[in-house]
Unconditional design. Structure first.
Length: 83
């Protein structure tokens, strides 16, 4: 039974290089997909936090303006304590 010609060192290296480059491309595609998913999750977390805050404001009957005043007042107190 006849065998095919043996591959040269150069052919083997070129094949290995092609495989490595394909692996790199696959990982790069995975990274893009994972980054997009991470962004989606961050947005969902932000929306959940805002919803939680909104529900608390409704529960405590606090308006947006009142919340701003509370936050700004707290920041002013912190600055005064530092000084």
């Amino acid at each position: 039974m006849a065998r095919g010609q043996r591959k040269t060192v150069l052919e083997k290296l070129n094949e290995e290089l092609a495989g490595v480059q394909e692996s790199i491309s696959a990982y790069e595609r995975s990274i893009v997909t994972l980054k997009a998913r991470a962004k989606e999750l961050e947005e969902q977390i932000q929306n959940a936090e805002l919803k939680e805050l909104h529900n608390l404001m409704l529960e405590k009957n606090i308006s947006v303006d009142a919340l701003k005043e509370i936050i700004n007042g707290g920041m002013i107190e912190e600055e005064q304590q530092r000084a």
